[in-house]
Design a protein around this ligand. Structure first.
Ligand code: 2P0
Length: 325
């Protein structure tokens, strides 16, 4: 698959490649695969990027072995970080049997449930494109990033991005594309509840949910409904509609995994306390909604004009502006 995506590309290797990609938060979630090798999803998904929170990646050819650095620290060859990158880079070594030095710097907390793997693989693919001089279009790079981690295919662009599930068995029609709509007052608040390693990876949780959760049967219909609502909310810049659909979609996703056998429950008591704070703030007239991914932390959705009010409710939150990068 990778070979066909790169067919006809130049394949040089001079100097180094450098790139930045933003993290992204799904408003309509990717949850379940129709192909686990190619990371082909069951449904479309829709995200918004996190502006300056993401990953800077620099890649160059190395002498004998791959070398991996994360936030300036060399990572052992046997570490989970190095192993995941090595498997991905094995697709790109070409006839030159290239060895790479990869420097990854995250401006979003690594492994804290704030999607650093999505920005990481997107930045890596952009840096590889620059290093090898492929000069690929963004759709092709999106498909390449998808093979590293599904949600990475949405991190090739800033703003609202829709990942089309496609129908082709080889994934040739499965990549993301920007929605082409801006919403300059929209902000994302990151509320950290717990940064411990996840008890179950999102990959494992997704596959267990698809295989064992009776609630998963209704998920494609949920996505169809929520996607229509979210796209209409973005078109009409209707904040309450956007927040309502995004929050419902996240809760429905968690419901499918809670119904898996054995259940997957990422929430901590603090997650529920923060959800209740959001609902309480809303009853007091503060327009704020949340979404959550495969972890215990919340991402708040609000508009710039309400930021100081919301900061009083959530003094620890970190604010991302999707439109400043
Ligand atoms: C998303 N998540 O749409 C969903 C919502 C988590 C919950 O994409 O197996 O790390 O690498 O394709 O992309 C997390 O899953 O999974 C994710 P793989 P990924 O953002």
């Amino acid at each position: 698959m990778i070979q066909s995506l790169l067919a006809g590309c130049r394949w040089g290797a001079a100097g180094e490649g450098e790139a930045y990609a933003p993290a992204n938060i799904a408003l309509c979630k990717y949850w379940g695969k129709r192909d686990a090798v190619l990371n082909l999803p069951v449904t479309d998904s829709l995200s918004v990027s996190l502006g300056r929170l993401g990953t800077h990646c620099r890649i160059a050819l190395s002498g004998r072995d791959d070398l991996y650095f994360l936030n300036g620290c060399e990572q052992a060859a046997g570490s989970a970080f190095a192993s995941r990158l090595r498997v991905f880079l094995d697709h790109f070594r070409g006839s030159g049997r290239y060895r790479y030095r990869v420097d990854t710097t995250n401006t979003v907390a690594t492994g804290a449930g704030f999607a650093s793997s999505a920005s990481g693989f997107a930045a890596l693919v952009l840096a590889l494109d620059a290093l090898h001089g492929w000069d690929c279009d963004k759709s092709t790079l999106s498909s390449l990033a998808r093979i590293g981690s599904g949600s990475a295919c949405r991190s090739l662009w800033h703003g609202f991005v829709r990942w089309r599930a496609g129908v082709a068995a080889d994934g040739s029609d499965c990549h993301a594309c920007p929605l082409g709509r801006e919403w300059s007052s929209l902000r994302i608040g990151l509320v950290s509840v717990c940064t411990d390693a996840k008890p179950v990876s999102s990959r494992a949780a997704m596959s267990r949910t698809v295989a064992t959760s009776s609630l998963y049967r209704s998920w494609p219909q949920q996505v169809e409904n929520d996607m229509t609502g979210l796209v209409a909310a973005i078109e009409g810049q209707d904040f309450d509609m956007l927040g309502m659909y995004a929050e419902q979609n996240a809760l429905a996703m968690h419901a499918t995994m809670i119904a898996a056998k054995p259940p997957v429950l990422y929430w901590k008591p603090g997650s529920i306390e923060e959800m209740e704070q959001v609902w309480k703030a809303r009853t007091e007239g503060v327009p704020v909604y949340f979404t959550m991914d495969a972890g215990p932390n919340l991402k708040l959705l609000f508009e710039e004009q309400n930021q100081s009010k919301i900061q009083q409710w959530f003094p620890e939150m970190q604010v991302a502006n999707p439109w400043r990068f």
